[in-house]
Design a protein. Structure first.
Length: 653
């Protein structure tokens, strides 16, 4: 477990000249009045490990320049160097006026150490105390997953669910059963029997050919080309091609008709969800405000705005209360977000079906017969249908937030009567050719075989795709179900252990105050399938309550946040055995502060602690407690000439 030997900070924030702390793996208590550079140490520490200082990130602040002391010359570097027990990890991080940040240690060992440290809890500031406690249930889940490394688990769970849903949607949109039935109907019409396998298909062809005494029976699909060549002898090849083409166009038009039914049904669904949401102007406004609320909550939690007022409207408002209200509003807008997702899903389904229709009519228009003069009117009508289908795609590009209204379905309809008349026309032309050659049994059987072969090949392709999607869907669903069970078991076990640690530290600071049995409890969605968030449950005067922000005082919420952080350190900080605490007891009274110091010195005596405070009473209390426990004690002063200066404590701060 790593500890710090020495820290040196120069040219960062309030430290113009060098601040040096020779810790020798010991803990240190530092007192500094507001403005003396106390938070400079925390800022430099955070920048060293996180490559940023959270509260300095905003559109109005150049984070790179903000890390530098404003009195530095352009040629001077801002830097922090840390020497560790493990000398291989020693590093100086620096940044110039125009030069990007650099680390002096470029070894693979340091890079790996930095990456491992990024997921550990090393710094706690006063403004961070309430983040987890007053967060929404979904934010709390996300935050906890960050800490315990469950983000990868969350991503995997989400991926498995997404993939299972993706394949389920493809199966639904693909309408495979109906399409297979269509092909079976063609096979029945052509061959006079159902075909459910290759053997059935070969047998049915042999039955058709048998009366012609043309030779050997078919044994596989590879034999069919030779059979068809034999049919073409002594026949009119042009008429044979026409017969095949008219039948093919008729069959494809029938399939297109089914697609158009699906298209118009899908548009009805899309039109309804889109129109319902678009008519509710309040919901649309709230949907657009959701991003603003989310950004505002982020700004408040980063403590960019330090006073108790709303940074947007400038009205006075307690920051904690404002954070609570924003979190609640964002959580309430989750249902609205799902409504918007329904609109998007409807659009996606409509787009997929439109693509199917476009592909189907594109296949029909490739038939050579359609270029003949007799079929010009048909071709033009089909191109008109193709154009009308493309209008559905344009509807999907409309933006609900811009209040664009969708076109009425009746204005987009493709007249199925027209389509049926085209089918009847093609069948009539095919029948005309067949009847003109009644004496040619070969031509009729040839036409049936070609039609049946097309239908069978398409049937096999449809079934193959359907089976592949079903296998994928079932596989991902099985993986997801098993994953969820294992995840829930692991998370429940972890939360029980972690909650016990939080409860322990909280009650050490707040004994006999009737807040007991603190428990992190996972919450599921309405389907009881997926994790929706985590709530904090506790017993208060023997009654169960949740969450704490509705009942506990600010001081107790801070105590709970502190207990959560300390439990996180014990549970997850495997790389580093040190932590920095910056002004974390401001809302505690003297008794709670004394218990907090006792907690640190007893429960974290093996950890190296950098404890910063601007409160003289707490400093005196803490100094008296830690001076005989091996801690270093220092004070900070600030001058314009030198910036922050660290002095050994002489008993009078």
């Amino acid at each position: 477990m790593n500890k710090i030997e020495r820290i040196a900070i120069k040219g960062i924030r309030g430290a113009k000249d060098e601040i040096s702390m020779d810790l020798g793996k010991k803990s240190i208590l530092i007192y500094g009045e507001n403005g003396t550079g106390k938070s400079t140490i925390a800022d430099a520490f955070e920048w060293f490990y996180q490559d940023k200082v959270d509260y300095l990130i905003s559109e109005e602040i150049n984070a790179k320049l903000a890390i530098r002391n404003i009195f530095l010359g352009d040629h001077e570097l801002s830097r922090i160097s840390i020497n560790f027990m493990n000398k291989n990890l020693d590093n100086e991080k620096s940044i110039g006026h125009t030069v990007a940040a650099r680390n002096s240690n470029s070894s693979a060992a340091f890079s790996a150490y930095k990456e491992r440290s990024a997921s550990e809890n090393l710094i706690l500031r006063y403004q961070d105390l309430v983040r987890f406690i007053i967060a929404t249930k979904s934010e709390r889940l996300s935050n906890l997953q960050d800490i315990i490394g469950f983000n990868e688990v969350k991503e995997m769970r989400g991926l498995l669910k997404k993939m299972a849903g993706k394949y389920a949607k493809e199966i639904k949109v693909g309408d495979f059963e109906n399409r297979r039935s269509q092909k079976q109907a063609i096979l029945m019409d052509s061959l006079g029997q159902n075909v459910i396998s290759l053997d059935h298909f070969i047998d049915a062809i042999n039955r058709q050919v048998e009366p012609l005494n043309m030779g050997n029976k078919l044994s596989s699909l590879r034999d069919i080309p030779e059979l068809l060549k034999a049919f073409e002898k002594d026949e009119n090849p042009l008429q044979m091609d026409q017969l095949v083409s008219y039948n093919r166009i008729a069959d494809n038009l029938s399939e297109l008709g089914t697609y158009i039914d699906d298209l118009q049904d899908a548009y009805d669904v899309y039109y309804n969800v889109y129109t319902k949401l678009s008519k509710d102007q309040q919901k649309l406004q709230n949907l657009q405000l959701r991003n603003l609320l989310t950004e505002g909550l982020s700004v408040l939690k980063k403590d960019i705005s330090k006073d108790d007022f709303c940074p947007l409207c400038q009205q006075e408002k307690q920051k904690i209360q404002l954070i609570k209200e924003l979190g609640q509003r964002i959580e309430e807008s989750e249902a609205l977000r799902k409504e918007f997702e329904n609109v998007r899903e409807g659009c996606q389904r409509l787009t997929t079906i439109t693509q199917n229709c476009t592909s189907s009519i594109g296949t029909i228009l490739k038939e050579k017969l359609l270029v003949e003069k007799d079929n010009e009117a048909l071709k033009m009508s089909l191109e008109e249908i193709q154009s009308r289908i493309s209008q559905y795609s344009r509807e999907c590009k409309k933006d609900i937030l811009s209040e664009e209204m969708l076109t009425e379905r009746t204005d987009l309809n493709v007249d199925k009567k027209d389509l049926q008349s085209f089918i009847d026309l093609m069948k009539k032309k095919a029948t005309s050719i067949a009847e003109g050659r009644k004496e040619s049994t070969k031509m009729q059987i040839h036409g049936k075989i070609i039609r049946a072969l097309d239908a069978y090949n398409e049937y096999v392709a449809i079934k193959k795709k359907q089976d592949a999607l079903l296998i994928a869907k079932n596989t991902f669903e099985a993986l997801y179900d098993d994953f969820i069970k294992r995840q829930e078991d692991a998370l429940t076990t972890f939360l029980d252990i972690f909650s016990a640690e939080i409860n322990k530290y909280y009650t050490l600071i707040n004994p006999e105050e009737k807040v007991e049995s603190i428990q992190l409890v996972p919450l599921k969605d309405k389907s009881d399938e997926d994790l929706q968030g985590i709530t904090i449950q506790f017993s208060f005067f023997d009654n169960i309550h949740k969450p704490p922000k509705y009942l506990l005082s600010e001081s107790h919420i801070h105590g709970l946040g502190l207990a959560f952080f300390l439990a996180s350190v014990k549970a997850f900080n495997k790389e580093n055995h040190f932590l920095l605490l910056d002004d974390v007891v401001s809302s505690f009274d003297a008794q709670h502060r004394a218990r907090f110091i006792d907690l640190l010195t007893r429960e974290f005596k093996d950890y190296q602690i950098i404890l910063l405070t601007h409160e003289k009473d707490f400093f005196d209390l803490a100094a008296a407690e830690v001076k005989n426990k091996g801690w270093l004690i220092s004070t900070l002063a600030w001058s314009q000439e030198k910036g922050a200066e660290l002095h050994p404590y002489n008993g009078a701060a």
